[in-house]
Ligand binder design. Structure first.
Ligand SMILES: [Zn+2]
Ligand SMILES: [Zn+2]
Length: 413
């Protein structure tokens, strides 16, 4: 194993010696705290700072860390201890990770085991917050950067970016989207208006994108149109979340089958009425706000559908990351220690066609013989690999590094 670690370290080192010049410029680099996870002894080094990109790149080429992080915060003195740093503000950051999105395939490729050796309880799928058997908080995970999972993370990222631009009004240039190098996407907002927001204010933004605390069926609302009595307590205007719910309902109802309606708890009489009146619902109810147009469908039903649609339209983010004003986040252009893939930025407009398994590949040359203990089917670039179980095989460097970093393969001497 040590030999395989040395191999990964050597490859990371080659990468930073030849490509560290390509690390993109980080705004206010001299005001950031840097942290590094080192291959050697898996030590975390924190509270480092650099006067400019040059010093940072030199450090990377000399040290070749397994992971490189910087603070989303700006400090008067980034090297000082936490309470003496002098916080000057922070970027607004979001983390969308497949770990927080239940997919149909995570039961196949993700496993977790309680780290308490007296317990060692294990399961498949999304990792629980605490061990369900002993309540232990330390849980070891064995996950996989799967294409299906990454696509669902991408969909969440698209919803988030849309809210940041259309509801909050940030421009394309202020919203930076990155592939994390592992199982998700990061979104950074660099803008004067967000810099000084405290944790509470950031929590408000988190609640907004998560659709938390959104009242769908409130007491009678002021903006209700006059004379439309049955629409009394259910009314959607054309801005922000209301607009999202309208669009979501339009989409959901256009494609809904009786099973979908049953799944959200509607009885068969109501479901039948909805399915028989799809066109009328689109035109009269959603477009014109005449929610009493279909006799069998009352406002409680509309509210139930809206609530369901709200969950579809909300962005599944890791809430803790956004509210932490001292958060460390991976450096763009650096390698992820669990995959050997790069964290890369791309324009929001390219979200749909961005291909992480092509554009984040760092090692493009060479091949190496490895023993793979187990790996699911995967793709890098145009090539498909696996599944493998206890197999010795020669693989391109990028595939070998990925499997070694994931603890699923070892270099054969
Ligand atoms: Zn346990
Ligand atoms: Zn998956």
């Amino acid at each position: 194993m040590a030999f395989s670690q040395d191999f990964a370290y050597a490859k990371f080192s080659e990468f930073y010696k030849s490509s560290s010049a390509e690390i993109p410029l980080l705004a206010s680099v001299d005001r950031r705290e840097f942290a590094f996870l080192l291959f050697k002894d898996r030590i975390m080094v924190r509270h480092r700072s650099f006067a400019g990109m040059g010093g940072l790149k030199l450090f990377l080429s000399e040290t070749a860390p397994s992971d490189v992080y910087h603070s989303c915060a700006y400090y008067e003195n980034p090297k000082a201890e936490m309470d003496k740093k002098g916080w000057l503000g922070a970027d607004l950051v979001f983390d969308i990770d497949a770990d927080h999105i239940p997919t149909s395939c995570n039961k196949i490729h993700d496993e977790w085991t309680c780290a308490n050796s007296m317990c060692s309880f294990s399961g498949k799928g999304v990792t629980p917050e605490v061990c369900p058997k002993c309540g232990g908080q330390k849980i070891e995970t064995k996950t996989w950067p799967c294409e299906v999972c990454l696509n669902s993370a991408k969909e969440e990222t698209a919803k988030l970016a849309d809210m940041l631009e259309n509801d909050f009004g940030f421009s394309d240039e202020e919203v930076h989207v990155f592939f994390s190098g592992h199982r998700g996407y990061h979104v950074h907002v660099e803008n004067e208006a967000v810099r000084m927001l405290d944790a509470m204010a950031r929590k408000e933004i988190v609640d907004y994108v998560s659709g938390l605390g959104l009242t769908i069926l409130g007491p009678e609302r002021k903006e209700q149109p006059k004379g439309k009595t049955a629409s009394n307590r259910f009314f959607l205007h054309d801005f922000a979340w209301n607009k999202r719910i309208k669009q979501g309902m339009r989409k959901f109802l256009a494609n809904a089958a009786s099973e979908d309606l049953r799944n959200i708890g509607l009885n068969s009489k109501t479901s039948t009425a909805i399915l028989a009146n799809k066109e009328k619902i689109q035109k009269r109810c959603i477009d014109e706000g005449l929610w009493d147009s279909v006799r069998e469908v009352n406002i409680k039903t509309w509210a139930r559908i809206a609530e369901y649609v709200k969950n579809l339209e909300s962005a599944k983010i890791d809430t803790v990351v956004t509210t932490d004003i001292h958060r460390l986040i991976r450096l763009a252009g650096s390698l992820h220690g669990k995959t050997g893939l790069k964290k890369v930025e791309f324009p929001v407009s390219r979200l749909t066609d961005f291909d992480p398994f092509k554009e984040a590949v760092a090692f493009k040359e060479g091949a190496v013989k490895v023993f793979v203990s187990g790996a699911p089917e995967f793709r890098l670039g145009e090539r498909e690999f696996g599944p493998y179980r206890n197999k010795t095989i020669e693989l391109p460097t990028a595939a070998a590094v990925l499997l070694i970093c994931k603890g699923r393969a070892e270099v054969v001497k």
